[in-house]
Design a protein around this ligand. Structure first.
Ligand code: ATP
Length: 348
């Protein structure tokens, strides 16, 4: 069941949001996209802070867009924590419970449960202003979860924290989400966060979702150039579809003939202008005769465990992600190859 967002539309003077997707029961869905693509507006529509122009929302089979925000049973965590500075940790966590009329004994027990869940057992009496950013965000998470919501919405909850804390806290968030099996929608513009956290990732652009899929498929089988270049590093080369060789598409490009096993073969016709895409880590030095590209090393970036090599070939530039032991210097002439099944094809 989970959350169904059905033909939702919201139009602003310079922006149109159009959504039709599902967050499955117990799923962690990461909503990923560049600034201004409509992530926060999506969350606000689901939470009930703004109304859609059309469409409907269903939670576990029941319509919720007709309900006011406080009756939707949704917990929300914002980027800036939004805690009550004059209250201690316990009273912040219990705030929603009081609003919902929980008895004091039940509320007390529930608060203790949540303090344990977010590893803040000893912090109940502490003023929230005396907590670190990471601790404050744990309190915000506990407060959102206290009234047993059916859905958890998180809006860039880690973006105010430093890199190390972000990594620790994202593990915590995932642990808590798994423990409760709560349906979760997590907004981020950080691709690593989306890859690590999401059971699936929805990649958003200009008010709509371009692709919704597992992290692996989004990374290895992006549906279009936007998804391919937004997530991870991409090598692309333009060309023209020459013919088919069984499963393979044969593409003429400025760096030679490339063979691609397209997952969406039926979408392409003879002589189509296409783009061949592959990842830097799928390039190998020398390798097979198929898809061999000759070029010159123009730049090197040493990264400890591996290195990024920029190669120029007939006006095109490629990045190769190679093991540290490969010794190359700027100016070297090399040839590398990429297997057809690591290549994707998009229409230009
Ligand atoms: P960011 O990552 O920067 O937070 P976002 O993906 O969350 O961006 P939104 O905040 O949802 O993007 O905004 C999407 C678009 O909708 C923007 O172009 C914004 O200007 C527009 N927008 C949002 N709210 C309103 C409003 N109340 N009136 C007019 N336009 C709005």
């Amino acid at each position: 069941m989970g959350l169904r967002i059905q033909s939702i539309q919201k139009v602003y003077p310079d922006f149109r949001l159009q959504l039709d997707f599902e967050v499955r029961q117990g799923e962690f869905l990461a909503l990923l996209g560049p600034s201004g693509c409509g992530k926060t507006t999506t969350l606000r529509l689901i939470a009930g802070f703004i109304d859609p122009d059309s469409g409907s929302l269903h939670m576990n089979g029941r319509r919720i867009d007709t309900l006011p925000a406080h009756r939707r049973r949704i917990g929300i965590v914002f980027q800036d924590y939004s805690l009550f500075p004059h209250l201690n940790v316990r009273d912040n966590i219990g705030f929603g419970l009081r609003m919902q009329g929980w008895g004091s004994k039940d509320a007390k027990e529930r608060i203790e449960e949540l303090l344990r869940l977010v590893s803040l057992k000893e912090y109940g009496k502490r003023k929230v202003t005396r907590l670190s950013g990471g601790e404050q965000q744990r309190v915000a998470l506990a407060r959102a979860l206290a009234p047993r919501p059916q859905l958890l919405l998180l809006d860039e909850p880690l973006s105010a924290l430093d890199a190390k804390l972000r990594k620790n806290l994202r593990k915590e968030i995932l642990r808590v989400q798994r423990e409760l099996s709560i349906t979760t929608l997590y907004v981020t513009h950080d691709q690593e966060e989306a890859l690590v956290l999401g059971d699936r990732i929805a990649v958003m652009r200009d008010g709509h979702i371009e692709q919704i899929d597992t992290p692996k498929r989004i990374y290895n089988r992006p549906r279009n150039l936007f998804v391919a270049t937004f997530l991870g590093q991409a090598n692309i080369i333009r060309g023209r579809l020459a013919k088919r060789e069984g499963e393979l598409a044969v593409v003429q490009t400025p760096v030679g003939t490339l063979r691609v096993s397209p997952s969406q073969a039926e979408e392409f016709g003879a002589s189509d202008e296409v783009i061949v895409f592959f990842r830097p880590e799928h390039c190998q030095m020398g390798g097979t005769k198929t898809n061999r590209i000759n070029g010159r090393v123009v730049q090197k970036e040493y990264l400890g465990s591996h290195q990024l090599i920029e190669v120029e070939s007939n006006g095109a530039r490629f990045t190769l992600d190679l093991a540290d032991r490969v010794t190359l210097v700027t100016g070297d002439t090399i040839s590398f190859s990429v297997s057809p099944h690591h290549c994707c094809l998009f229409l230009q």
